[in-house]
Design a protein around this ligand. Structure first.
Ligand SMILES: Cc1cc2nc3c(=O)[nH]c(=O)nc-3n(C[C@H](O)[C@H](O)[C@H](O)COP(=O)(O)OP(=O)(O)OC[C@H]3O[C@@H](n4cnc5c(N)ncnc54)[C@H](O)[C@@H]3O)c2cc1C
Length: 436
């Protein structure tokens, strides 16, 4: 009865729209739910980049341990498949600073080693996740964006990382838009089809890793020296647990004071006709990251679609019809020639937001480990942090993550937090209006 009530209140997987990337792929047949009680050596909550990264590393360290990963959604349809598909092999722009180069080069090294592991891992899968080292553009349309771009260029220069400066005309030549004043191109980025990517990473797991989909953790309680996890049909009793459900950790009563749930949205067009494709510059497969948090991410996919990601909502998902209109408006500002372009799909996804951008990472309770607060950039970082949690839980030495990547700072409770978020977003939106 109690379990029924918990199940009824569970809203972890109720995204309003289907994930457009996943809809382009064949339907997966082989999903398995948890139907019987289990006592694995470790339970992992969330089968995203963090959870899968943790499970694989745990298996390397302790190959005979039984590992259970549960996910509220299905692989591909859920949050890890809903993103823009940028995999940076160096630190993200938000983390990058030219002031502390020794720390930055350690971060860059950890990130690029993880990227290599991801490439290795997908190479063993028969799923084509369209992963290519395309590099990435960063482009700015107004003053605020240009200032942020200069700061990032400074970081790239001090780090002696290859990059190219591009003026408006060069950008237009390459990617067909004169919306931006200036840009940078950095080769240190892969682009992938995110739903295919997470499917590939979760494919061919060793026998000791049991993946249960459509199996939300509804509650976690301490029972003597065990953690007891309730799911809709069965419970899991385990000595060690890894919390890898990112934006939703607070719903389990964990990390509430540090992580908030933020929704952001993607519109993916139909396959463009030849006329439209001809307007899009010389390159076929490209991506642009915004220079300001509230700017738009853009992509042209290898199958000739445009993708745009933008807009944020705090705590609950917004109205997807209004969002689609706003996204289309931003896309047309960038490509006024594409008058008739339409979205094939529009959908939302979540990110775990922390006030200062630092992750919530480490042993949060006895034998309970967490990595949460991806702040919108967690494909590679999540994989890294998940793997390192497995090291930590098995008493292997780990780099000082909090020193290197920061530590999530405390946030005030509701309603102050929501008011603060809305206020800051409003100010930032005005400051960065040229980028949106
Ligand atoms: C629109 C959008 C675009 C983005 N673009 C990029 C990008 O280009 N590059 C990048 O690096 N990052 C991007 N991000 C962020 C990226 O998606 C996340 O950083 C990344 O998915 C984090 O991985 P994770 O495994 O930590 O968490 P998630 O991917 O959020 O995975 C958590 C998993 O936990 C599951 N879960 C939640 N609650 C429960 C529960 N109670 N029980 C069981 N399972 C549960 C969810 O179903 C989910 O599968 C984007 C995010 C969004 C929304």
């Amino acid at each position: 009865m109690r379990r029924d009530a918990l199940t009824k209140n569970n809203n972890y997987i109720n995204y309003k729209n289907k994930n457009g990337w996943n809809s382009l792929l064949p339907v997966r047949q082989d999903t398995k739910e948890l139907m019987h009680d289990k006592t694995p050596d470790v339970a992992i909550i969330g089968a995203g980049y963090t959870g899968i990264g943790a499970a694989k590393r745990w298996h390397e360290i302790a190959p005979n341990d039984e590992i259970a990963i549960i996910d509220a959604s299905t692989i591909g349809e859920g949050n890890p498949g809903r993103n823009s598909g940028f995999l940076l092999e160096i630190s993200l722009a938000n983390d990058a600073t030219s002031k502390d180069m020794e720390r930055m080069s350690k971060c860059n090294k950890l990130i690029s080693e993880t990227m290599t592991r991801i490439i290795d891992s997908v190479a063993h899968s028969d799923i084509d996740c369209q992963i290519y080292r395309t590099g990435t553009y960063r482009a700015a349309a107004g003053k605020v964006g240009i200032k942020a771009l200069k700061k990032y260029q400074n970081f790239l220069e001090k780090s002696e990382l290859e990059h190219e400066y591009l003026n408006k005309n060069k950008l237009k030549e390459r990617i067909g838009t004169d919306f931006y004043q200036v840009g940078l191109f950095s080769p240190h980025c892969y682009l992938a089809q995110p739903a295919a990517l997470i499917r590939a990473l979760a494919q061919n797991l060793p026998d000791e890793i049991h993946l249960y989909e459509n199996t939300p953790a509804l509650e976690i309680k301490k029972d003597h020296s065990y953690w007891q996890i309730e799911t809709p049909n069965a419970s899991i009793k385990t000595k060690k647990v890894i919390i890898a459900n990112n934006a939703f950790c607070g719903q389990l009563g964990i990390g509430k004071s540090y992580v908030s749930t933020i929704y952001t949205y993607i519109g993916l067009t139909e396959v463009l006709d030849q006329n439209s494709q001809d307007m899009l510059g010389a390159e076929n497969n490209w991506g642009i990251l915004p220079t300001h948090r509230l700017g738009c991410t853009l992509r042209k996919t290898p199958d000739n679609r445009l993708m745009i990601r933008s807009l944020y909502d705090y705590g609950t998902e917004g109205n997807n019809t209004l969002i689609a209109e706003k996204l289309l408006h931003s896309l047309r500002l960038r490509f006024p020639g594409l008058k008739d372009v339409k979205f094939e799909s529009v959908w939302g996804g979540t990110t775990g937001f922390t006030y200062n951008g630092g992750p919530l990472w480490g042993e949060i309770n006895s034998n309970m480990y967490i990595s949460s607060g991806c702040n919108g950039g967690g494909i590679v970082k999540g994989t890294l942090f998940g793997g390192l949690l497995a090291d930590l839980a098995n008493n292997h030495s780990v780099p000082d993550i909090n020193k290197l990547f920061g530590m999530a700072s405390w946030m005030p409770p509701e309603p102050f937090r929501k008011i603060g978020f809305k206020l800051i977003s409003m100010i930032e939106r005005i400051r960065a209006k040229d980028e949106t």
